[in-house]
Design a protein around this ligand. Sequence first.
Ligand SMILES: Nc1ncnc2c1ncn2[C@@H]1O[C@H](COP(=O)(O)OP(=O)(O)OP(=O)(O)O)[C@@H](O)[C@H]1O
Length: 282
Amino acid sequence: MEYALTLENVTKEYKDFKLDHINIYLPKGCIMGFIGENGAGKSTTIKLIMDLVNRDEGKITILGKDNKKELNSIKENIGVVMDELCFPENLNIKEINTVMKKVYKTWNEDKFYHFIQRFSLSKDKSIKEYSRGMKMKLSIAVALSHDSKILILDEATSGLDPIVREEILDIFLEFIQDESNSIFVSSHIISDLEKICDYITFIHKGKIVFSESKDDLLDKYGILKCTEEEFPNINSSAVKGVRKNKFGMEALVLKDEIEGNYVIDKADIEDIMIFYIKEQMI
Ligand SMILES: Nc1ncnc2c1ncn2[C@@H]1O[C@H](COP(=O)(O)OP(=O)(O)OP(=O)(O)O)[C@@H](O)[C@H]1O
């Protein structure tokens, strides 16, 4: 299989945090959602991918190229959106266009102005007068206006209203119509990721809990409901998380490992993440 992005045993240690030997493989042509609680290590991972911080160990490739030695040669093919805007804030749209023409050989001015119009971004205001959502939309417009083959997005839909988020998700799906394109996107809005992603990678306290196809995850897990008395009869190795409510017990379970007649509801990706995190907090 050809991969758009690989991380192998990537490690980074700060005083109070360790990103611990993480492995991620994003197949070409796919969208991978990167989820985890605040402080789990998502932005650190994305900064390591973009070589904005130095790793302690491991290897990262983007579009088959080493991200340290060969990043320059694929600069045109990477569209990046970080959670903070990377442009000087005193510029306006016209000036950003002029700067980007110099930064990217493949800069497509028509495409850029098309997105500016589609996102209803004011051409007169300077960027510092933009709202957070407008700045996000501008970053996305820039990421899509050169020859990007992979989009790497950190919280790209945060701060956007539901209508614009929906539009951005559609744009991501349009981007992926070209099967050589791929997207790696972190977000706290897991329902957005569930709509568009082929793969979900879940990071918790600097370690990867799972990195799997979304359909496999949704097939594999379910929420089992039972009484407190019934709960000890459930195969404990199938239980990945549990919570009590006023009607009894709810447990995140591996459906195939459950014997007996229990009610098992569908688990969505957010359920899976929350149950996992709660289980580790007990
Ligand atoms: N430069 C730094 N020096 C020391 N610690 C850092 C540094 N950058 C990040 N950290 C720590 O690394 C941990 C992971 O932070 P990171 O920003 O990667 O999390 P995140 O998953 O992106 O969180 P959020 O969802 O809140 O954005 C945090 O504990 C943070 O304090």
